[in-house]
Design a protein. Structure first.
Length: 275
């Protein structure tokens, strides 16, 4: 609660509180944007999730700020650590999140979050930020980088989008689609509803943990180590590498895919598209 109170006293929190008081935020603030029932298994709260830094210097400050922003949550803390993969390949590491950037091609997406699931538990995740687009207008700005970084990392905790229509007014959260992350309101950071949702997701404890506490000791098993061929174009056939379509956004583009690996294991892919 202390973290949340400090956030609400910040400029972003004050602006959000004003919207709620005016009734402008009521419909979204009462809605759930958890991502089904998927969560990291852990035996205590708050737990610490490692974010592997596989990004270049152009992204380091954005990863650091996203980590600090999400640490306002009472449910979890994040810790940026040395990356465990190469940026181009961006292979997952069991028990943590690997964050990568590279020129992944003209495939239509700015960023993706891929999350491996065993039963209802998240076991590992990767975030990919596509410099093919972030190296050119309008995306080569700090606000765009920050919003996409914040959003993709947020997915790895179990959060979904708050809104998937680029034309709607900004909700003041990075978990909101927008054509202008600067706003008003700014969509570069989480908001109080994101933190409240995380507390709901992690309100119970598990008997085991899927969160890595120490250094990785070995590579993952065959199914969990599966990393897809990255789609190089917007061709629907190539995009099927992400698996089955689960949902489309207001612009009729697929925002969530799932690939079934068998034995209760799946990989979900959230996609942030370039306009």
């Amino acid at each position: 609660m202390k973290k949340l109170i400090a956030f609400l006293k910040s400029p972003v929190g004050v602006a959000l509180a004003a919207l709620v008081a005016a009734g402008s935020f009521a419909a979204i603030a009462s809605a759930s944007h958890s991502w089904e029932n998927y969560h990291w298994a852990r035996t205590a709260n708050p737990f610490t999730l490692k974010l592997g830094d596989n990004v270049t210097s152009a992204w380091d400050s954005h990863l650091g700020l996203a980590s600090s922003d999400w640490n306002v949550s009472e449910a979890l803390d994040t810790n940026v650590v040395t990356g465990g993969t190469t940026a181009k390949r961006c292979r997952p590491t069991s028990g943590r999140v690997e964050v990568c950037n590279a020129k992944y091609g003209n495939n239509g997406w700015l960023g993706i979050a891929q999350i491996w699931i065993s039963g209802s538990h998240i076991t590992q995740s990767i975030v990919k930020l596509n410099d093919t687009y972030f190296s050119r207008s309008p995306y080569n700005t700090a606000p765009w980088r920050q919003m996409v970084m914040c959003q993709e990392v947020g997915h790895t905790f179990g959060l979904d989008h708050q809104d998937e229509d680029f034309g709607n007014a900004n909700l003041g959260t990075c978990m909101d689609y927008t054509s202008n992350p600067v706003g008003p309101l700014s969509n570069e950071h989480p908001n109080a509803h994101d933190f409240g949702q995380l507390e709901t997701i992690y309100s119970h404890l598990d008997e085991t943990t899927t969160v890595l506490s120490g250094a990785p000791s070995n590579r993952n098993g065959r199914n969990l180590d599966l990393n897809f061929e990255i789609p190089r174009t917007t061709d629907p056939e190539e995009l099927r590498a992400f698996g089955e379509e689960l949902r489309r956004d207001a612009q009729n583009r697929v925002s969530l895919y799932v690939r079934d690996l068998g034995l209760g294991q799946k990989v979900f892919t959230f996609v942030t598209w370039a306009e």
